[in-house]
Design a protein around this ligand. Structure first.
Ligand code: ITT
Length: 198
C-alpha cells in the first residue's frame, strides 16, 4: 500500500517514511511528482491549513492524501511564529534565518519564560468522503544557542527538559517516539484502525 503525503518538505517526508515503514506502507510525496503547484496556506490555524492542503491535492489527483501543517508556538512571543513558522523571517529565507529571528527576539528572556511547543495537524482527505483532522503537541523550551545536527527546521533550538537534549540531538527513531508529528500520527492510526484501513 502507498500513501501520498502532500508535502514538499524533505524533513517531514523522511520522518513519515520511517514512521509508516513499520506498517509496510510506502510513503510518496509531492517531491516525487511534477507540476503540482504549492497550495497557498491561507488558514488561521494549523488544522485549517492541513485540511486546505489535503483536500486541494486529493481533489486534483483523486486519491487519498495526508497533509501535515506544523510549526512552533512560543509563549513569550504570544504564540509566534505559529502558522507562519516556515516563512517567519520572510518568504525567501531558510531555517537558519528563522532560528536567528527567534533567538534575537528572545534575547534577555530567562529560561523559565522560554516555554514553547511544536504543533502538528494532520489531515486525511479521501475522494467523496469527509476529511479527518488530528493535532499532536510536543512541549519544550527555546535554547539560547543551537544544539545538535539531526532533524530539520527549528529542532536545534528546541530543548526537551525531560530528556535534557535538544530535538536535534535525538536520532530520528527517538524523535519519532515523542514528537508532535508522532503524537498526531498515533491519533490518525486510531482512526485508521476503526476504519480498518491498515
Ligand atoms: P509543506 O507545506 O510542503 O508541507 P512546509 O515546510 O511549508 O512544507 P509548514 O507550512 O507546515 O511546512 O511549515 C512547517 C514549518 O515548521 C517548517 O518549515 C519547520 O520550520 C517547522 N517545523 C515543523 N515541524 C518541525 C519539526 O519536526 N522540527 C522542526 N521544525 C519543524
Amino acid at each position: 500500500m502507498q500513501i501520498l503525503i502532500a508535502t514538499k518538505n524533505k524533513g517531514k517526508v523522511s520522518e513519515f517514511q520511517s514512521m509508516f515503514n513499520q506498517y509496510g506502507i510506502e510513503v510518496i510525496s509531492l517531491l516525487d511528482m511534477e507540476n503540482i503547484p504549492d497550495v497557498e496556506e491561507t488558514g488561521d490555524t494549523f488544522e485549517e491549513n492541513a485540511i486546505l492542503k489535503a483536500e486541494t491535492i486529493c481533489n486534483k489527483l483523486n486519491i487519498p492524501v495526508i497533509s501535515d501543517d506544523s510549526g512552533l508556538e512560543i509563549d513569550a512571543l504570544d504564540g509566534r511564529p505559529g502558522v507562519y513558522s516556515a516563512r517567519y523571517a520572510g518568504s525567501h529565507k531558510n531555517d537558519e534565518d528563522n532560528m536567528n529571528k527567534v533567538l534575537n527576539e528572545l534575547e534577555g528572556i530567562p529560561n523559565q519564560k522560554r516555554t514553547a511547543r511544536f504543533i502538528c495537524a494532520l489531515a486525511f482527505a479521501r475522494p467523496g468522503k469527509d476529511t479527518f483532522v488530528v493535532k499532536g503537541l510536543c512541549e519544550g523550551e527555546i535554547l539560547h544557542d543551537r544544539r545538535g545536527t539531526e532533524g530539520f527546521g527549528y529542532d536545534p533550538i528546541f530543548f526537551l527538559p525531560k530528556l535534557n537534549r535538544s530535538m536535534a540531538e535525538l536520532t530520528k527513531e527517538e524523535k519519532n517516539k515523542i514528537s508532535h508529528r508522532a503524537n498526531a500520527l498515533i491519533k490518525l492510526q486510531d482512526f485508521f484502525n476503526e476504519e480498518d484501513m491498515l
